[in-house]
Structure formats: C-alpha cells, structure tokens
Design a protein around this ligand. Structure first.
Ligand SMILES: [Fe+2]
Ligand SMILES: [Fe+2]
Length: 435
C-alpha cells in the first residue's frame, strides 16, 4: 500500500504513520507538509493507494482535492481533522473516502485500513518490532512502553524502559544522526497506542481550549511572590510562568479544584499554597535542566504541584511536613487526590501517578506504597526531590538558618537521593543556581 500524507504537525504525522504501520505490512508512506508539495508528489507518483490530508493546515483543502481530482478521479482521499466531520462544510463529503478525527486517530485509521483490507491485498503487520517516530516521543515526553533502537535488520537493543522520560538532548542527538524512528515491541503496540492517543488528545484540547488569562497572571504573580519569599533565583521562576497557562485551564475546567485552589491562594502565605507554588518553580526548572522539557511534561509538573495537597487543611499539612506527626487523613491524601484527579477530563496522563507517589522516598520508607527508588516513576522522583528541597527551605526559614545550595545537596545525599533517577536529578540540581 502506498500512502501520501499531507501534514504539518509532526506529532500527528508520527501518530498517523504509527497507526498505519500497526495495521499494515510494508506500507510505503511518504509525507509532505503542504498542499503544493502534495499535488506535486501526487502528479509524479504512480499507484498511490491513498492520500491523507490534514484539513487544518494552511491553504484551501477544497482546492487541494480539486487538483488531485484533475490527475485522478479515482484517488482515495482521507481527511484528518480536529473538528468533527459534520462541521467540515467546505468540501464535498462524497469526494472523501474516510474521515479521521485527531482525537481518535488510532481507531479511525484502523477502520480505514479495514476498508482496504476487504480487497485481500493487505495483511496485518506481524513484525515483532514496530517503529515509533522521534517527534511523537518528543511530544508526549515519556516512553509509552520499552523503547528499542535498531542496530541491524535482525538486532534491536533496548534503550528505555516504559515511562522513562524522553529527553530533549536525545531528540537532538537522533536528529543529528538523522534517525527518525525508534522501535517498540509489537506486543506492546496496542497499549502504547492508547497512551499516545491520550497524550495527543490532551495536547489538542489545550491547544484550542479556552484560557483565562487573568487567572494565569494571578497564579504567575503568586508563584513569583512565593519564589522571592523562598529566596529562589529569579531566572528559574520564568520557566514556570510560561507553563502555568495549560495547567490553569485544566484546573478551571473543574469546579471542585478551582474552588479549593482559589481558597488556598487567598491565603498564599500559608504552608500548602506557598510550598505548592514553590514546587511549581523547582519541578519545572529541574525538568528543563534534565532536558525533560516537553509541553506535556511541564504541564504535568505544574498541575501536580498546584493540586497535590488540595484535600488537606493547612494545619494538617504543616503538622506532618514540619512537625512530623502523622494521622489517617494525612496518610490517605495521596491516594485520595490521585483518584479525584484521575476522574477529571483532560488531566494530563500520569499526573495521578505523580500525586499518588509524592510522599514516597528513595529508601522505600515513604507512603502510601513504600516503593523503593527503582520502582518510582521518573517524574515522581523529580517531584519528590523538589518537594523535599522546598520543605528544607521552609524548615530553615522557620528556624532562622541560612540554607545554601551545597547544604541542600548534602542533606539529599544523606537521605539516599543519590540512586537511580534521583541521582540524575541531584546532578541537575548541582548545575543550576538555586538561590
Ligand atoms: Fe506537599
Ligand atoms: Fe502531600
């Protein structure tokens, strides 16, 4: 099967390729980023089975279809769009073989391939490894399953575990080597498609979703105030300010979260609001330093920072975090909040996991799961480390002690934050200027 894809969004292009590859053996896919190149390729190519075109790219989709029809009356054209088919009024639907909604690419492509499949020309793909585009991994920021690199036609080497963070540095290094694809196991593809589609839906909904600028500005101001109060280097704060927009649009879409957060922010000098605001700064600047800087990752970290303790009263949190007392309400707040967050629409994937694990510790002595460092999600490790740093800052302010970056690093080393992913985070902390 020969397919031409006209698509300018790299992550959508990779997901289309990934979905076609899932369903078909040996599909030959060529892609271009605009109508003009699409028409040119179509005129020159022979035996193209399908043209897929993004309805949302600049230029007239209607003119594009018209030009394709001049060359071939029979060409099968599929339209990819972020709006539902019923709202696409500028083209004649009779001209279109199939519509693909960006919020359900994987299942819509499967339906499309099944239409083709009835001709018996195509077989389901049975290879044991399937390619996944670098741009797609970059957009979602994490590995949806174990990731392999192809060494030869027979040999693949595992380079990432499921849920590892995919770093900016890696993206650049693959781009330099002109490697466009890594690989996942065929058996993991179904599960990966679901994870990827969740991320894409989340990114799409926030690209077009309403953003209340005023709320964003208020939160940014509070973040800067908290940062100044903690003595955090101003340059580090700018990183977070640019990333609160997406997180706030999700919080504002849920009344319960919105009200709880508004109430806390009215008391922004109290423990929970100030440490949550401080956390949003630290998690984002460490993520950037680690090269974990996708939009999805920044949004997850900011969102988790702002909501991770929202079911607690300030007294409960202060007593535990600072005075180290303990009770049932406190023990249960990570699971309670993780379950609340998992039920909210459009919350970035995996945020519930960061919230569930935010009181775990590298030596396995944390709660509620008591997981050792090797079993913690990398973004949780970043969150746990940042949380500990903020608490060290708050503790030292209360005690009137002058805290230095070196003493923060020493405490973290003594407490076991120098293993596995925590070690990488500690190294990133050494590279930034905290105060
Ligand atoms: Fe907290
Ligand atoms: Fe907490």
């Amino acid at each position: 099967m020969k397919v031409l894809i006209v698509e300018d969004e790299k992550e959508i292009l990779d997901l289309l390729k990934f979905s076609i590859d899932f369903n078909l053996k040996g599909a030959q896919i060529h892609s271009v980023s605009n109508h003009e190149e699409g028409v040119k390729f179509f005129e020159e190519a022979s035996n193209l089975d399908l043209v897929m075109c993004d309805h949302d790219i600049s230029g007239s989709c209607r003119d594009f279809i018209h030009k394709i029809r001049i060359v071939s009356k029979e060409a099968k054209i599929a339209i990819v769009s972020s709006v539902e088919k019923v709202f696409i009024k500028d083209i004649d639907h009779k001209d279109i073989y199939h519509f693909i909604d960006k919020s359900s690419i994987t299942s819509d492509v499967e339906d499309l391939i099944q239409k083709f499949g009835t001709t018996d020309d195509f077989q389901r793909n049975n290879r044991s490894y399937v390619p996944i585009g670098i741009n797609l991994l970059k957009a979602i920021g994490i590995c949806p399953s174990d990731i392999f690199i192809k060494i030869s036609s027979e040999k693949y080497i595992k380079i990432h575990r499921e849920k590892d963070v995919f770093t900016d540095e890696e993206v650049r290094s693959y781009q330099r080597k002109e490697i466009d694809f890594l690989y996942i196991l065929k058996t993991e593809q179904n599960k990966s498609l679901d994870i990827i589609q969740d991320h894409i839906n989340f990114l799409l909904s926030h690209k077009k979703g309403p953003v209340n600028l005023e709320d964003t500005l208020v939160v940014n101001k509070l973040i800067f105030n908290a940062g100044r109060e903690f003595g955090i280097n101003e340059q580090l704060m700018e990183m977070t300010a640019g990333n609160t927009k997406m997180a706030m649009s999700i919080i504002n879409s849920n009344d319960e979260l919105k009200n709880k957060l508004a109430f806390l922010f009215e008391n922004s000098h109290n423990y929970i609001p100030s440490h949550s605001l401080g956390l949003s700064i630290l998690t984002c600047c460490l993520a950037k330093e680690l090269g974990w800087g996708s939009d999805a990752t920044f949004c997850k970290l900011t969102f988790a920072s702002l909501v991770h303790d929202l079911t607690l009263s300030d007294t409960e949190a202060t007593e535990y975090e600072i005075l180290k007392t303990n009770d049932e309400v406190f023990q249960e707040h990570p699971s309670e909040l993780a379950s609340l967050v998992s039920k909210i629409n459009n919350v970035p994937p995996d945020v519930d996991r960061i919230i569930l694990e935010h009181h775990e510790l590298p030596d396995g002595s944390g709660f509620p799961l008591g997981k050792p460092y090797s079993l913690l999600y990398p973004l949780s490790c970043l969150f746990i480390t940042s949380h500990r740093i903020i608490d060290l800052i708050i503790e030292s302010k209360r005690k009137g002690i002058n805290l230095t970056q070196q003493s923060v690093i020493e405490v973290l080393e003594n407490e076991g934050f120098n293993k596995g992913t925590f070690k990488k985070i500690l190294k990133a902390l050494e590279r930034i200027t905290l105060f």
